[in-house]
Design a protein around this ligand. Sequence first.
Ligand SMILES: [Fe+2]
Length: 387
Amino acid sequence: MTTTKTELRKFVAPEIVYGTGSRCLVGRYARNLGATRVLIVSDPGVVLAGWLREVLASLESEGVRYHLFVGVSSNPRAEEVHQGVQVYLQEHCDAIVAVGGGSPMDCAKGIGIVLANKEHILTFEGVDRIVRPIPPLICVPTTAGSSADVSQFAIITDTVRHLKVSIISKALVPDISLVDYDTTRTLTPSLIACCGMDAFVHGIEAFVSNAHSLLTDVYALAAISLIWNNLPAAMEDPLNEAARQQLMDGSLEAGLAFSNTSLGAVHAMAHALGGLIDNPHGEANTLLVDHVVAFNYEAAPERFDLIAKRLGLEPARLAPGKRKEALVSALQQLKHDVGLEMKLRDKGISRSDIPLLARHALSDPCMATNPRRLTLRDVEVLYEQAF
Ligand SMILES: [Fe+2]
């Protein structure tokens, strides 16, 4: 009997508690991890929406002290990471709790990296560069998008070189993720769109990644369906509990997938874009996704056809030459439906920026798992198509 050899694959995930009220377990888990004084990392929007209140109450009820570091900007910067490190040390903290979207969670991870490894945060760019484990980290995501609460990724902005640095390591998987879809109740439709599109692209890029596997495929396809079926409804009525819950579930599953497969050219190019113009990450992905899928299709047509089926298309009924077009049209329709149909030129990019963007994108670690190899010229052409 012949057997097919499987390439080695691993799957890493934190302990995850999901469902209504899980955010109120922060105190119990902090105490279980041995924390006596935690640094709370968050941002002004989350504070204003009131999501810190119950987290702080749960810490108080367990006798765990805390100090707030809640000024994190969207697209967290290297300087903010080092400010957080100073605060952690001054306040004698022994664990970190991040409450918010990708920005506070990535900043929290950055703080942990520097605390444990004592080098500038930007020196850890790339894959598996972190030697020592970070302090205990508990995450409470308040958007259905980044999935930094389950991922091996942290994205930090280098404001000197105007680019986003991807740091990827098993050391960045939080200890506990408390996934509570109640926290998305206060999101605006435009934030739901950006975060949901980010998660949707996570699902697509994970499913066609060179490093996909049995386990990641299950999560990636489930995420694509959940987000496709619920994003417009959640935007239309942010109080639609069922839609928000399924969006959060989809984001979680997309996160479990991409954390273990890495991403692809959409993210590599979106990171370069975000580094230059500091726009929302989900918006940057949306500007590029249809162009990159059209380029990548020929490298994995069966996989893209399976994605198309999850979008309600019937590629088997189409001539092979029409299948890519149908998928790309569906993605363009989604961009329209979520109000993110803009072009790069609408975001202040000029044609002369494209060569620099392409160079940055090509050196992003996410490019390594894209299903089709790209030259510098390929990347430039994709930016030009999105221009
Ligand atoms: Fe992303």
